[in-house]
Design a protein around this ligand. Structure first.
Ligand code: NAD
Length: 469
């Protein structure tokens, strides 16, 4: 492995402090990388602040051209990025390759957006224009489940809008962000992008920094609340993409063997470590037994292995802390339901847990009510349609949800009953950069992706002129 460095003011820098990055497939250290300090955060924010006047005055088309250059540079090294991603995160190499390509796609998408001035009124009385202006220094904080892709939800729109950035990746998956820093150093003027690592101890210092104008945060709801509190002192702009406990509702007319593969993938993709994964499945009593069996068959057949293994479908849980958490959920599932596939950590090094299906479980248990963020799907029986929507909506979360039926129109007619930012019909997990993404309730605040997401990196400035006659 090469030497990884942080990016501050256009320089790749190291730190006297180091931290080990662990390969979740082995539990062993991959490399020691620099561990940032408060001084690094301060230097990064100062560099971003100093770069802001020049960058915000750069024409949008020129900023977009540099974003496209970043996408080119990423694609040119995509194989290396994918391998590092699999090594630090654990996901299958094919999925890591997909994540790199999707990341480049997000960068290009945002590079293609514009920030047009809008004439609000042009009359004999007044001429009113609404401009969208950048905010200043944006702090971007990312989690460990999609360490590269989630950077592309934040960096490209922040920069296109004319802001400068300080990125703090998750402590267990900093390597792809640091590699991206190498590319950013060669593409952007000094200070426009800065990247500082931490050991889960600098987030608050960054979000509370007086020179940070906006925080774009993806992570757990518990941390999101801290970010919100810390942003309050400066009335900072915030976008929060937080936890979820997405419900899937399978209507009585669904055909179990037809819907099982989509449900299974929606629950288990990335070993269940997806904010928008299907995390509790409500199935009508008339097809409950059959669908449970179909899901168990898929779980039993799944290939769980090191992300570099041939034919692997699911890698390990990403880190030791999450591994322990998921084992706690397994214990709860055993106590409160019947496990019909999986159920245990695998007897091998690393943080492996087989896809687990739990039946005969109900609301009011930890495995149903809380976010497991791992490869366990609780399957809950229901008999009444109104009741099942009330149960699905009883969660404090509201990120996504799905309705499954042989009659897609019937399912779609129920979609607005589900309190969630996204409701899918006969699928779960389908994101694209042009489709706005936002959590309801405690799953988030604000919008990412699309024009609406870009607007969150701006402030409106209204210019109101009197009649010129
Ligand atoms: P986490 O909240 O523990 O950490 C997320 C990031 O916040 C990390 O970079 C961490 O170092 C940083 N952080 C920690 N303390 C902080 C503080 N006081 N102030 C600012 N930053 C701080 O989350 P995680 O365990 O890395 O990720 C899993 C969670 O993220 C799950 O709940 C999942 O649902 C959620 N998630 C949400 C989305 C979404 O788009 N809604 C996407 C991916 C993950």
């Amino acid at each position: 492995m090469s030497e990884y460095k942080m990016l501050i003011n256009g320089q790749l820098v190291t730190s006297d402090d180091k931290m080990s990055v662990i390969n979740p497939s082995t539990g062993e250290s991959i490399v020691d990388c620099p561990r940032g300090t408060k001084h690094h955060i301060d230097a990064a924010v100062a560099a971003a602040k100093a770069a802001f006047p020049g960058w915000s005055a750069t024409p949008v088309a020129a900023r977009a051209a540099l974003l496209n250059k970043l996408a080119d540079a990423l694609e040119a090294r995509s194989e290396e990025f994918a391998r590092v991603l699999t090594t630090e995160q654990g996901k299958p190499l094919a999925e890591a390759t997909g994540e790199v390509a999707f990341t480049a796609g997000f960068i290009r998408y945002f590079a293609g957006l514009e920030l047009p001035m809008k004439v609000v009124e042009d009359s004999a009385d007044r001429h009113v224009e609404m401009h969208r202006v950048p905010l200043g220094v944006v702090a971007a904080i990312t989690p460990w489940n999609f360490p590269l892709l989630i950077v592309a939800f934040k960096l490209p729109p922040a920069l296109l809008a004319g802001n400068t950035l300080v990125l703090k990746p998750a402590p267990t998956t900093p390597l792809t962000s640091l590699l991206l820093g190498e590319l950013c150093r060669d593409v952007f003027p000094a200070g426009v992008v800065n990247i500082v690592t931490d050991k889960n101890d600098l987030g608050d210092h960054l979000t509370s920094h007086p020179d940070v104008a906006k925080v774009s945060f993806t992570g757990s709801t518990a941390t999101g609340k801290k970010v919100m509190a810390s942003a309050a002192s400066g009335i900072k702009r915030i976008t929060l993409e937080l936890g979820g406990n997405d419900a899937g509702i399978v209507l009585d007319d669904a055909v179990p063997k037809d819907v099982a593969p989509g449900i299974f993938q929606g629950a288990m993709w990335n070993s269940g470590q997806v904010c928008l994964a299907l995390k509790r499945l409500y199935v009508h009593e008339s097809i409950y037994d059959e669908l449970c069996s179909e899901l168990a068959k898929l779980a039993d057949a799944a290939i769980v292995d090191d992300g570099f293994a041939q034919g692997v479908q699911f890698g390990p849980v990403q880190n030791a802390m999450q591994f322990e958490k998921v084992k706690g959920f397994l214990a709860d599932a055993k106590a409160n339901g019947n496990i019909i596939a999986g159920g245990d950590a695998m007897d091998r090094p690393g943080y492996f847990i087989r896809p687990t299906i739990v039946r005969d479980v109900t609301d009011g248990t930890k495995i149903v009510d809380e976010e497991q963020f791992g490869p366990i799907l609780p399957v809950i029986k229901y008999s009444d349609e109104d009741d099942v929507f009330a149960r699905a909506n009883a969660s404090p979360y509201g990120l996504g949800g799905s309705i499954w039926s042989s009659d897609a129109d019937r399912a779609a007619s129920l979609a607005l009953k589900l309190q969630a930012g996204t409701v899918w019909i006969n699928k779960h997990l389908d994101l694209a950069p042009h489709i706005p993404f936002a959590g309801a309730k405690q799953s988030g605040l604000g919008i990412e992706f699309a024009d609406e997401g870009l607007a969150e990196f701006t402030q409106i400035r209204v210019v109101n002129r009197g009649a010129t006659a």
